[in-house]
Write a protein that binds this ligand. Structure first.
Ligand code: GAL
Length: 656
């Protein structure tokens, strides 16, 4: 396990490098990430490479016992390259090349750019091949499935469609192009969905365009990783990702990389309203679920954020240390903090690192140092993994389709997942967030919210999972679209009708307004956004709408299917609904459950097969106290305990 920092030697006077490395080493930093934006220093002129300054920096870190992650600097081509080849610049939906002078504006499909990107990657990886200080490579930086509309992307998209569908006629059929005279009579008429307003464009075209751009991102990663693997056999390769607007299919993008790394910037304000609160742990579990293995944080919150947005409040005492440990609790093995020093120049000078502009050893530094000093105590946890009995399924295609066509005010695909995640967290359960295509056999409970775009394999797998005894939870807006993002001519949830034993006779997108639902056990809940009015086929009703013209119609149902059980929630509740629901199904499925945990307490267990390591995190601004069911050994305090007392954002780790 390692704590590290992101460092930018190219932004600082050389005289600082050694001082910084020495202080890092003394603080307990054991890894640095370098060079993801430094192309202009590494290839100052076309074909003339200068690695001498980076060699010196790597050497200084190495002399201080600090290992290095190097990056392909491909996010920021130098200006001479743009000047010589303006065609490598991304083109916006309006057909205009975007302004250069910032970063990330290269088109990753441009064959010219790719030649230069391969060359710098090749030169750099050959140069550092065999350097024992370099332990991993990061490809580029925060790659997005950017919807570039340059001539090359347009042509590639057309070819991609022809490869997928064979003929223009087949494309017309798949897209339903008879609407609005949208039929292509020649391939040259096919354009990316760049017209305005976006919401009026063909959803089938939009989904395929995303599939294309997402596939290009994954292809780019594969291309650069093959260059790295050729020159540095055996080295670990990753790319750093985040939850961005143009999210690629992360399962695909990471498929040939060795590990996932995530840029983790949890919000520092804890909302008072429990309904607004979800833990950032959802994102951590999501990242672990991409490859279903432990992961890294490549950028971790270190100071107050801002720059392109007004500055946000500074991390509260405990958060620098606590949020890094929270990541470890969810399967991170290395946490690299962004960044050691706050930039004094450039657009990002208000996005704070550990040290402020002055370089003084501040409050955040002290906390960061404490974190580094804790790490040796966690050595026994090294390599231990997280096993969950509950999984939440995520479908990148459904998320994309919901972005293309918003369903109702306030409806947001990840929201229900966050609710479910928070509900299971309340009972101290480990939870996986995994691809809807992943194997489900190890899970007792599978939650599949709003599986909107049909995927035949997934549908078959879910049916098999339930018929073999699994417990599945589905929700509204499932089974709505076929693979082409066109509506299915059937009562909803269409392909899942038989599985859930109920069908939708009418739906009501109520948006921001709230209604109520009465459960069979006498409890009442608010619901919002969407109401599926259900008709029971083989299912039983668990809760009914309590108002509107469909008062008395089922809102939540349960169905026996083969040896298993399928629940259907036809609406979107609030936190209390999900907590109640999760509690009940955990009991029914025989999952162990902790009741009465203080608000904000997050418990996860990592296991190495011999010992369980129980992480108890206080993600709240209050002190909490938890009585343990038996005496346990605390790795943090090196002592046996019967009770855990935690200050705000404090973590304890117990061995069982
Ligand atoms: C990330 C990015 C970093 C830095 C950071 C803070 O998205 O990878 O380079 O910009 O955000 O703004």
């Amino acid at each position: 396990m390692r704590i590290g920092v992101d460092y930018y030697p190219e932004q600082w006077d050389k005289s600082l490098w050694r001082k910084d490395a020495e202080l890092m080493a003394e603080t307990g930093v054991s890894i640095v990430r370098l060079a993801e934006f430094a192309w202009s220093r590494l290839e100052p002129e076309e074909g003339s490479f200068d690695f001498s300054w980076l060699d010196e920096a790597v050497q200084i870190f190495s002399e201080n016992g600090i290992e290095v992650v190097l990056c392909t600097p491909t996010n920021c081509p130098p200006l001479w390259l743009y000047e010589k080849h303006p065609e490598i610049i991304q083109t916006g939906a309006d057909g205009r090349r975007i302004q250069i002078g910032i970063r990330g504006h290269r088109c990753i499909n441009s064959s010219v750019f790719l030649e230069y990107a391969k060359r710098i990657t090749d030169e750099m990886t050959r140069h550092y091949s065999g350097n024992s200080s370099v332990i991993a490579w990061q490809i580029d930086n925060e790659l997005e499935a950017y919807p570039c509309c340059c001539e090359e992307c347009r042509a590639d998209f057309r070819n991609w469609l022809i490869e997928k569908y064979g003929t223009v006629d087949n494309i017309n059929k798949a897209f339903g192009n008879s609407v609005w005279s949208g039929e292509y009579s020649s391939i040259t008429q096919i354009q990316p969905p760049s017209a305005y307003p976006k919401a009026w464009q063909n959803p089938a075209l939009c989904l395929d365009y995303w599939r294309f751009t997402s596939g290009c991102t994954a292809e780019y990663v594969r291309l650069l990783s093959s260059v790295i693997r050729k020159n540095c056999p055996g080295i670990q390769i990753t790319t750093n990702t985040w939850f961005c607007e143009n999210m690629p299919d992360l399962y695909d993008m990471f498929s040939e990389l060795d590990f996932v790394s995530y840029d983790n910037y949890p919000p520092v304000r804890i909302p008072k309203n429990p309904d607004e609160f979800y833990s950032h742990a959802f994102h951590l579990d999501f990242m672990r679920g991409i490859k279903q293995q432990n992961f890294w944080i490549m950028e971790q919150l270190s100071g107050l954020t801002g720059s392109w947005a007004p500055m946000a409040p500074t991390p509260r005492p405990g958060q620098i240390k606590g949020y890094a440990l929270q990541a470890i609790a969810h399967g991170a093995d290395t946490v690299v903090h962004f960044r050691w020093r706050t930039a004094i120049t450039g657009a990002e000078m208000h996005w704070h690192g550990i040290l402020d502009h002055s370089g003084a050893l501040n409050r955040r530094y002290s906390e960061f140092r404490e974190l580094c000093k804790i790490l040796p105590k966690l050595e026994p946890v090294n390599g231990a993994e997280i096993y969950s009995e509950t999984a939440i399924l995520y479908s990148p295609e459904s998320e994309c389709a919901f972005k293309i066509q918003p369903q109702t005010d306030g409806f947001y695909y990840l929201e229900q997942m966050k609710y479910f995640h928070a509900a299971f967290t309340k009972y101290g359960a480990n939870i996986d967030v995994i691809s809807s295509e992943a194997d489900l056999s190890r899970y007792k409970i599978v939650i599949a919210p709003s599986l909107y775009v049909n995927n035949e394999q997934v549908t078959k797998k879910l049916k098999r999972y339930v018929s073999e005894g699994g417990t599945l939870v589905m929700t509204c807006r499932s089974g709505v679209k076929d693979e082409n993002n066109n509506c299915i001519m059937d009562a909803l949830p269409a392909v899942f009708k038989e599985l859930v034993g109920a069908e939708v006779v009418e739906y009501d997108p109520i948006g921001w307004s709230e209604q109520s639902v009465a459960a069979n056990d006498g409890k009442a809940f608010s619901c919002k956004q969407w109401c599926d009015v259900l008709k029971l086929n083989t299912a039983e009703s668990l809760a009914e709408y309590a108002d509107s013209f469909y008062k008395g119609a089922p809102a939540v149902t349960v169905n026996k299917y083969g040896r298993g059980t399928a629940y259907y929630i036809g609406t979107v509740g609030k936190m209390d609904f999900y907590e109640d629901f999760a509690g009940k199904i955990m009991e029914q499925c025989g999952l162990s459950k902790l009741d009465g945990l203080p608000t904000g307490t997050e418990i996860t267990t990592r296991t190495d097969g011999e010992c369980d390591y129980i992480f108890i995190f206080n993600n709240s601004e209050n002190d909490v106290e938890i009585n343990l069911p038996e005496t346990m050994y605390s790795l943090m305090d090196s002592a046996d305990k019967e009770k855990v007392k935690l200050k705000p954002f404090e973590m304890d780790v117990l061995r069982k």
